[in-house]
Design a protein around this ligand. Structure first.
Ligand SMILES: Cc1cc2nc3c(=O)[nH]c(=O)nc-3n(C[C@H](O)[C@H](O)[C@H](O)COP(=O)(O)O)c2cc1C
Length: 212
């Protein structure tokens, strides 16, 4: 069935996106407001989009008169931290998604522990095994008060227990225990159902053809 976006409402295109583009990693974003109060909220319109320079993107919705607090904090300060979400912190992450007014420290509300970052002012979340310290590259304003943030990753903070070989940047990814966002109001997925499929080189592909 064809769904032509030109004929669909914003609610419908949103529904189609979030029920088909799955699973999505979750950026648990920490920022500082103008008074220096920490802010934390999850964003699953999120992904890594370039390896070098390391760049991530986040899609941020409206909160009148501007963007949600995370977006306005990033626009003003140019800095943020993306904490990835382990299953053990899922409930706390969900608390930080509550529509608190500006100025409320969601880390306190959710009983989370802030840790200082090295390259940016916003803190990282101790309960997260991976934090990406980011500097704003570009904030692209979209229609209806929404925006996409592109951020360059300045530093990765990874739990020592999840680092297999630091010199080779080998990470024990299963041990991170991360979750992703699925469809439905409360749908999530674990990252333990791994499927193994090595890449095929052109030479291997051509050799198979010759053999067949
Ligand atoms: C798992 C999850 C993913 C979310 N992803 C997004 C998203 O990608 N974009 C968005 O605008 N809101 C998203 N939200 C809603 C925000 O987290 C929520 O509106 C929050 O209150 C925003 O906080 P802030 O105003 O402090 O930034 C998500 C919520 C949850 C629970």
């Amino acid at each position: 069935m064809l769904f032509d976006c030109a004929a669909l409402s914003p609610e419908s295109t949103y529904k189609l996106l979030v029920s088909t583009v799955v699973p999505r990693p979750i950026a648990w974003v920490t920022t500082l407001d103008a008074e220096g109060v920490p802010n934390a909220a999850p964003y699953s319109f999120f992904n890594a989009v370039c390896g070098s320079p390391p760049v991530v993107c986040i899609g941020i919705g409206p909160k009148k008169p501007g963007l949600k607090d995370t977006g306005e904090n990033i626009r003003r300060s140019g800095e943020f931290v993306v904490n990835l979400v382990p299953e053990k912190a899922a409930r706390a992450m969900n608390v930080t998604a509550i529509d608190f007014p500006p100025g409320v420290n969601e880390l306190v509300e959710a009983g989370l522990t802030p840790l200082p970052s090295t390259h940016v002012a916003p803190p990282r979340i101790a309960e997260s095994p991976v934090a990406l310290e980011c500097r704003l590259l570009q904030l692209v304003d979209l229609a209806a008060g929404r925006a996409v943030v592109l951020g360059e990753v300045l530093a990765f903070q990874i739990d020592d227990a999840c680092v297999l070989d630091a010199s080779r940047c080998y990470i024990d990814t299963p041990r991170l225990g991360l979750i992703g966002r699925m469809h439905g109001a409360g749908g999530y997925v674990r990252t333990t159902d791994r499927l193994e499929m090595p890449r095929i080189s052109l030479a291997d592909w051509q050799a198979r053809g010759a053999a067949g």
